[in-house]
Design a protein around this ligand. Sequence first.
Ligand code: DGL
Length: 379
Amino acid sequence: MTKDAVKSAGRRQSRIPILAVPLLSVALWSGGISPAAQAAEPGKDATTASLPRILVLATGGTIAGQADPRATGAYKSGQITGEQLVQSVPGLDKLAKLNAEQISSIGSQDMNDKVWFGLARRIQDAFDKNEADGVVVTHGTDTLEETAFFLDNVLRGDKPVVVVGSMRPASAASADGPGNLYEAVQVASDPRSRGRGVMAVLNDKIEGARSVTKTNTTSIETFASANGGPVGYVDTAGGIRFMAPAAGLKRTTYQLPAGEQLPRVEIVYSHANMDAVPIEDAISHGAKGIVLAGVGDGNTSKPALDALEAAAKKGIMVVRSTRVRSGFVTRNVEVDDDKNGFVVSEDLNPQKARVLAQLLIASGMTAPAELQRAFTATW
Ligand code: DGL
């Protein structure tokens, strides 16, 4: 939705005085609840009451960021609440009945197991109690792909969950957050989104949780799926276009471990002249799993490989992934995975291979063949 469209939408719908908030580039509704929420009360506008119920869970990030007007481009993440974000995008309440809750207010570089567990439990509870028809999670973009993948592996059911962020803060002249949030609610509200697992929506694209990754440090055109492309496109004029029907979820769902913590799994980044030190450090710090961000098809130097073999012999899960942006890591090409009891990550990048390794270790799964099957996409 263009900025002008957002403003005109605000004017068109505004039946109550709009409170202008200097740091937001779009007008906020005053009075605490949007017209749709008021209308949804019994005896009010029936069409609004029939709108899908979308739960918005806010975690922070740039989408909730605010800049100091004196600063040159610097800003602080997680300054605006989810409720303010929802109220700051006119027209949202024509798409859905929205309820916003604040899970955290952090930059996603600080994303952690406590927030992940809180998100997963709140979403599952909302679905199990039929409180929501879909969920939108507002999130920083730095680790958005990991959160989307984590949720995709622990949530049960087929209702839509959409993770959304932005590359520019809410106070930027051309903030991308309002449009991204509008599109995220469009996708979460659409019945065709069911059965597609967790999705990420930014910049008119709908990406699947398994494949989406951040590819540019600053551009709004940053999220992409290295293997296979987006699952669909969304824009405020044309609505939603999925590239294929929902495959129906054959995914395995892993239980959240009892404590508030996932097992320690380290990522070791391979490079020229690689030695065994990073792997030995990971073992000495109690890693239960090691993911190799290998060169090429998940390769590394002989000293490093010897150290990984020793780790596997100690019962540490070893997953060969790759620093290469696309393609699949293949078993037993230059490394004898069968002999070493290694797993390959297939198309999962190191940061997602780490999340799945944590869940598998927490589940107690140890058989190499079972572990390898868990890494293989079930589409
Ligand atoms: N602080 C980073 C984060 O929250 C900024 C990136 C963003 O949200 O776009 O992920």
